[in-house]
Design a protein around this ligand. Structure first.
Ligand SMILES: [Ca+2]
Ligand SMILES: [Ca+2]
Ligand SMILES: [Ca+2]
Length: 352
C-alpha cells in the first residue's frame, strides 16, 4: 500500500518546478523530463515498466491502473510498486540508488535525460530499423521489446540522494505463447560513469511492494487486497516471491509474483544473496542502512500465511566490482503462473 510523506511530495514538486524553470531554453513546451511508461500486454502478465527504474509503479510517469495484472481482464493485481536498487562503496562510503522505494522515500532517484527521444522505445516489428541513439542498430529479441535508459545523476535536487553516477540501460521483453506468457525478462546494463571512482562491493537489489489479490473496484482500492500477503524465498532458484494468503478481504488470488535472477557475470553459484521482508514502517533509511540490508547475506525465514500482512521485500545480490566506464549486465525474470502449481511449473521451464 502506498504511503507518501508530505515532505517528500513537496520536495518532488519543488524539484519539478525548479527543473521547469531551468528548462526554458528548449524550443517547445516539453516536460522537464520525458517520463514514460509502457505495459507488456502480449502474454498473460500485463506488467508496467517505466524509464525511471520502476516496475509497476508508474505514477510519476503518468500511469494509473493495474501494475501487474495476471491473467488479463481478471482485475488480479500483484504489485503496488517495485524497483531496481544499486548499492556500492565509493571512497569508503556506502550509497544506494533506489529506483523505487515505497515508504520512507525518496520514492524515485532515477530519471531519463531531457532529450525527447529518451522515452521508452517499443520494438515489435522485426524488419524495421530502430535508431536508438545508445543502442544502434537495435535488433529485437522477443515479440514485444521495451528499451529505455535512465541515470541516477539526472536530478541533483532530490533530498537525501547521493548519486553513484550510473547509467542504466533497461530492456524488457515478452512473448505471447506457451509458458513464455507467464513471465517478463528484464535486462539491465549498469554503467559506471565515474572517471576515477570504482563502484566497490556493488550489490543489485529489487525492492518489491507486492499487493496480491483480486480487485472488484481497482480505482477505489476495494477490497483491501494488500492486507493478507506473505513472502518467501527459494535460494536454489534465486527467487523471491510474494503470494496472497487464502481467504481474507480478497478471497483467494490465482497467482503469486516472483523476481528471479536469470543471469549475472561470474560464477552465479558464488553470488551472495539477501532477503528481507518488512512492513512499511520497517523500511531502511538512510543509505547506509539500505546498503547493509542489500549486502547482509541474511536470508530471513519465509513469512507464513498466518503472518500475512501488507508486506514488502528487498532481494539483494552481489558483490560486483564496476570500474570506471565498465558495464555490469544482468537479467531477471518477473514471474506469475496459473496457481502455485502452475507457478512452480513455469519456474522449472524457464531458461536460466
Ligand atoms: Ca492479498
Ligand atoms: Ca487472500
Ligand atoms: Ca504490500
Amino acid at each position: 500500500m502506498r504511503h507518501v510523506s508530505l515532505i517528500v511530495v513537496i520536495g518532488l514538486m519543488m524539484g519539478s518546478l525548479q527543473a521547469r524553470t531551468l528548462d526554458k531554453a528548449p524550443p517547445c513546451e516539453k516536460v522537464a523530463y520525458p517520463l514514460d511508461w509502457k505495459r507488456h500486454n502480449i502474454g498473460k502478465l500485463w506488467l508496467v515498466l517505466t524509464n525511471m527504474g520502476t516496475i509497476g509503479s508508474g505514477g510519476e510517469a503518468g500511469y494509473s491502473g493495474l501494475a501487474a495484472e495476471f491473467p488479463p481482464g481478471s482485475l488480479e493485481e500483484h504489485l503496488c510498486g517495485a524497483g531496481v536498487w544499486i548499492g556500492a562503496i565509493v571512497e569508503g562510503e556506502p550509497y544506494v540508488t533506489t529506483g523505487y522505494e515505497g515508504w520512507e522515500g525518496p520514492l524515485y532517484e532515477c530519471y531519463p535525460t531531457q532529450n525527447e527521444w529518451d522515452t521508452m522505445w517499443v520494438v515489435e516489428t522485426a524488419d524495421m530499423f530502430y535508431d536508438i541513439p545508445y543502442w544502434t542498430p537495435y535488433v529485437k529479441v522477443s515479440a514485444q521489446d521495451f528499451v529505455t535508459r535512465y541515470f541516477d545523476n539526472t536530478r541533483l535536487d532530490i533530498q537525501y540522494h547521493h548519486p553513484l553516477n550510473i547509467e542504466i540501460i533497461q530492456r524488457s521483453y515478452s512473448w505471447g505463447y506457451g509458458f513464455l506468457q507467464d513471465f517478463i525478462y528484464v535486462d539491465y546494463k549498469i554503467i559506471n560513469l565515474n572517471e576515477t571512482d570504482t563502484l566497490h562491493q556493488a550489490y543489485v537489489g529489487f525492492f518489491v511492494d507486492g499487493d496480491v489479490g483480486r480487485f472488484t473496484d481497482p480505482a477505489a482500492g476495494e477490497p483491501h487486497i494488500w492486507e493478507d500477503d506473505f513472502t518467501w524465498f527459494d535460494p536454489d532458484r534465486m527467487m523471491a516471491v510474494i503470494q496472497d494468503a487464502p481467504g481474507g478481504p480478497d478471497g483467494d488470488a490465482l497467482s503469486p509474483l516472483g523476481i528471479r535472477i536469470i543471469q549475472t557475470p561470474g560464477d552465479m553459484s558464488q553470488l551472495q544473496m539477501s532477503f528481507h521482508w518488512y512492513r512499511g514502517e520497517g523500511s531502511p533509511k538512510p543509505d547506509y542502512k539500505r546498503y547493509e540490508m542489500l549486502s547482509s547475506a541474511v536470508i530471513m525465514p519465509d513469512q507464513t500465511p498466518e503472518e500475512a500482512m501488507d508486506t514488502r521485500f528487498l532481494f539483494g545480490f552481489g558483490p560486483f566490482e564496476i570500474v570506471p566506464g565498465d558495464t555490469l549486465p544482468l537479467t531477471v525474470a518477473v514471474l506469475c503462473g496459473d496457481g502455485i502449481m502452475g507457478y512452480k511449473i513455469v519456474c522449472r521451464f524457464i531458461i536460466v
